[in-house]
Ligand binder design. Structure first.
Ligand code: ADP
Length: 586
C-alpha cells in the first residue's frame, strides 16, 4: 500500500517528460534541417557559380579562338595568286571552288570575293554570286586600309554578321576584297541548354549574340525587361518558395537567376551568362527530404517504443489490479473471520467475566465465612466459659469473657462494615474537598497509634488548597488504610519513618512512603483477601476497597517498593474542574 505514490509519480511525470522530449526532438529536427539547408544552399550555389564561371571562360575562349582562326584567312587569300589572277583576268571559273575548299578547312560561315566594284565574283554560297556590296562597311573599310578589317553587320533578320575582309592588291592597286564571314552562330547554338541564357555584348553594350534570338541588337537591360521582373507579390511568393535562397541577381521568365559577367579579349566584347538556381534548389531539397525522412523514421521509432512501453505498462497495471482485487477479497474474508472471532471472543470474555465473578463470589464467601467463623467459634467458647464462671459465681472473670466477646463482635462488625463499604456504589456524596484537610484529619485519627509506635513523620503539604471532587469519608478511609498498612509494615522496625507528600500538578498526587519491610508480592497486592498479616490483624480487603474507591473518583492507586527499603503508595486524583481551569489560566 505504501508504495502506491512511488508507482503513481513516474506515471504523472512521464507525459510531461515525453512532451519535453518531443519538443526538443522537433526543435532539433527543425534546427538540423534549417542549418543543413543553409549550408547546402551555400555550398551548391557556390559550386554552381564555379561551374558557371568555368563555362564562361570556356565560351569566351571558344569565341576568341573562332575569331582568331578566321582572322588570318583574308590575309592568306588576299595574297593567293589564283585570286589575284582571277581578279586581274576576270575569269572566276575556279575561284568559287577554291573558296569552298578553304571554307571547309577553316569552318567559316561563308566566303566571298568581291571585285573592285563591290560585286560578288566568287562565293561559297552560289546565291550570293553577282550581289552588290559596294556600300557595305566591310567593302568600303577594306579598300581604305591595308589591314584585315573586322566588321559587325546587323542583318534585317536581327541577327549579326561577323566578317573579316581584306583588300586584294595587284601592282599596288586594290583590285578586289576578300570577305570571310565568321560562324559564331554555331557557338550560340552550342550554348543552348547549358545555361538559362548566354549573351555576348559589343563595346556599345548591344547584344550581338544571344541564346534568345529576340534579344539581339538590344541592350541587356532592355532585353531582360521584355520579361518584366516579378511584382512585389510575385517576388514574395518566389521568396517563400525559395525561402533560403540568397538574393537573385536577375529574373528571367519569372525565375531567379545567377548572373555572371566576363570580358572577352576582343574589341571590348563582354560575355554574360544567366544560370538558374533550380538545380541548387533541387539538390538541396533532395538532401533535406532525406534528412526529414530520417527524422520521421526516428520519430516513428520513438513512438513505436513508447507505445510498446505503454502497452507493457497497461498489461502490468492490469496484472497489478487483478492482484489487488484478489488481495482485497482475501482481506475482506480475513476481516469477516476476524469479526467473527471478535464476536466469539466477546462472548467468551463475558462468560469468563461471569465465571470469575462467580469464582470471586465463591472465594469471598469462603473468606468471609472463614473470617466470621473464627470469631463465632471464639465467641461460642467465651460464652461457654462465661456461663461456667457465672455458675461458679465468678462474675468478674465472666465479665472479661464478655468483654472479649464484645471485641469479637466489634471485629465482625468491622469486616461487615468494610464489605458493605466495598459493595457501596454511587457518587451521591461527591463534593469539592481540599485534599490537605483529608490528609490532616486522617493523621488526627491515626494519632494514638502513631504516638504509640514512635514514628518520625514528615508531612509536606502545598500552601494552596488541593481541591478534588470526592466523598470525604471514603477518601479519608483510603488514606487511613494506607497509613495503617505503613505502620503495620514498620511494626518490627526500631526506627520508623513515614513520609507524606502532597503535590499539585496536572493531578493531585499523594505519596505515602514508609521504611518498613516492603511489599512481598506486588502482583497480588490489590486482590481482595490478599494479606500477609496474621489472622485477626488483617482481612486483605483494605487495598482492594481503596483501589475501588480511587477508581470511582477517576484516579489511580499505585504501589512500588522504595529504592532503599519500604513501600511507596501513590494516590493520583483529578483536580476539581474549576480548580483545574484556574490553574490552566495561571
Ligand atoms: P490487610 O491490611 O488487611 O492485610 P490490605 O489490603 O490493606 O489488607 O493489605 C494487603 C497486604 O498488602 C498486606 O497484608 C501487606 O502484605 C501488603 N501491604 C500493604 N501495605 C503495605 C506496606 N506499606 N508495606 C508492606 N506491605 C504492605
Amino acid at each position: 500500500m505504501t508504495d502506491t505514490p512511488d508507482t503513481e509519480l513516474p506515471e504523472k511525470r512521464s507525459p510531461m517528460l515525453l512532451r519535453i522530449v518531443l519538443i526538443v526532438f522537433i526543435a532539433l529536427g527543425v534546427a538540423v534541417v534549417w542549418t543543413s539547408n543553409y549550408f547546402l544552399t551555400e555550398r551548391f550555389t557556390e559550386s554552381t557559380r564555379n561551374r558557371a564561371e568555368l563555362r564562361l571562360a570556356l565560351y569566351s575562349g571558344a569565341i576568341v579562338s573562332e575569331l582568331q582562326r578566321n582572322s588570318v584567312v583574308p590575309l592568306l587569300l588576299s595574297r593567293d595568286p589564283v585570286m589575284i589572277a582571277a581578279l586581274n583576268s576576270g575569269d572566276y571559273a575556279a575561284t568559287s571552288q577554291r573558296l569552298i575548299s578553304y571554307q571547309k578547312e577553316i569552318g567559316a560561315a561563308s566566303m566571298m570575293l568581291l571585285d573592285g566594284d563591290g560585286r560578288t565574283v566568287a562565293a561559297t554560297d552560289r546565291q550570293n554570286l553577282g550581289t552588290q556590296h559596294r556600300n557595305d562597311a566591310y567593302f568600303v573599310q577594306a579598300l581604305r586600309t591595308n589591314d584585315t578589317v573586322f566588321t559587325t553587320t546587323e542583318l534585317e533578320t536581327g541577327a549579326y554578321e561577323f566578317t573579316y575582309s581584306r583588300r586584294v592588291t595587284s601592282e599596288k592597286r586594290g583590285i578586289g576584297v576578300i570577305v570571310v564571314e565568321v560562324d559564331l552562330a554555331k557557338l550560340e547554338q552550342s550554348w543552348i541548354g547549358t545555361s538559362e541564357a548566354v549573351i555576348v555584348t559589343n563595346s556599345e553594350g548591344r547584344i550581338i549574340l544571344a541564346t534568345e534570338p529576340q534579344w539581339r541588337g538590344k541592350p541587356i537591360d532592355e532585353a531582360l525587361a521584355e520579361r518584366p521582373a516579378p511584382s512585389a507579390i510575385e517576388r514574395a511568393i518566389q521568396a517563400t518558395a525559395d525561402w533560403s535562397q540568397t538574393a537573385p541577381d536577375a529574373y528571367l521568365k519569372g525565375q531567379a537567376l545567377l548572373r555572371l559577367d566576363g570580358r572577352i579579349p576582343f574589341q571590348g566584347w563582354r560575355l554574360t551568362s544567366f544560370t538558374t538556381y533550380a538545380s541548387v534548389r533541387e539538390r538541396v531539397n533532395g538532401v533535406l527530404a532525406l534528412e526529414i525522412m530520417g527524422f520521421a523514421i526516428l520519430l516513428s521509432l520513438v513512438f513505436y517504443i513508447l507505445s510498446r512501453r505503454a502497452r507493457y505498462q497497461s498489461v502490468l497495471f492490469q496484472r497489478e489490479s487483478m492482484e489487488l482485487r484478489r488481495l482485497n477479497k482475501r482481506l475482506q474474508r480475513e476481516i469477516a473471520e476476524r469479526e467473527k472471532v471478535q464476536r466469539n471472543l466477546e462472548v467468551a470474555e463475558q462468560t469468563i467475566a461471569q465465571s470469575s465473578k462467580l469464582a470471586a463470589l465463591g472465594e469471598m464467601s469462603a473468606a468471609v465465612s472463614h473470617e466470621l467463623n473464627q470469631p463465632l467459634a471464639a465467641m461460642k467458647t467465651y460464652l461457654a466459659g462465661a456461663r461456667l464462671l457465672l455458675q461458679r459465681r465468678k462474675p468478674d472473670e465472666a465479665l472479661s469473657s464478655f468483654q472479649r466477646i464484645d471485641d469479637l463482635i466489634e471485629r465482625m462488625g468491622a469486616i461487615t462494615r468494610q464489605l458493605k463499604s466495598y459493595a457501596r456504589k454511587g457518587n451521591e456524596d461527591f463534593a469539592p474537598i481540599d485534599l490537605r484537610k483529608s490528609v490532616e484529619s486522617a493523621l488526627q485519627m491515626m494519632e494514638p497509634q502513631l504516638n504509640k509506635m514512635e514514628v518520625e513523620i514528615t508531612c509536606s503539604l502545598p500552601k494552596e488548597p488541593v481541591i478534588v471532587t470526592a466523598d470525604r469519608i471514603r477518601l479519608e478511609q483510603v488514606i487511613i488504610n494506607l497509613l495503617r498498612n505503613a505502620l503495620d509494615a514498620m511494626k518490627d522496625q526500631p526506627d520508623r519513618e513515614l513520609d507524606i507528600l502532597l503535590s499539585l500538578g496536572e493531578t493531585a498526587t499523594l505519596t505515602i512512603r514508609d521504611n518498613g519491610k516492603g511489599i512481598e508480592d506486588l502482583d497480588s497486592l490489590f486482590e481482595p483477601f490478599y494479606t500477609t498479616k496474621a489472622p485477626g490483624d488483617g482481612v486483605g480487603l483494605g487495598l482492594a476497597i481503596s483501589t475501588g474507591i480511587i477508581k470511582n473518583l477517576g484516579g489511580r492507586l499505585t504501589a512500588r517498593n522504595g529504592s532503599a527499603r519500604g513501600a511507596v503508595f501513590q494516590v493520583q486524583l483529578p483536580l476539581h474542574r474549576d480548580d483545574r481551569s484556574t490553574r490552566a489560566a495561571e
